[in-house]
Ligand binder design. Structure first.
Ligand SMILES: [Zn+2]
Length: 62
């Protein structure tokens, strides 16, 4: 299984070489856990993570 890139700024899983949210390329493959956010405004997990967008996010990023 290939470890996907995660943006260090947003913690979102990134398919290419640039983050779709911040357009940055500060990516890492050192992360653990996944949270899928469907409703950022109503999600407790999203609030705790400071996430304001839909998507698949890593729970821990180093
Ligand atoms: Zn980002």
């Amino acid at each position: 299984m290939v470890q996907r890139n995660v943006c260090r700024n947003c913690r979102i899983l990134v398919k290419g070489n640039a983050c779709p949210l911040c357009r940055g390329n500060d990516l890492t493959t050192t992360w653990a856990g996944v949270a899928v956010i469907y409703d950022p405004a109503g999600s407790q997990i999203a609030k705790e993570m400071g996430v304001e967008a839909k998507g698949t996010f890593a729970l821990r990023v180093r």
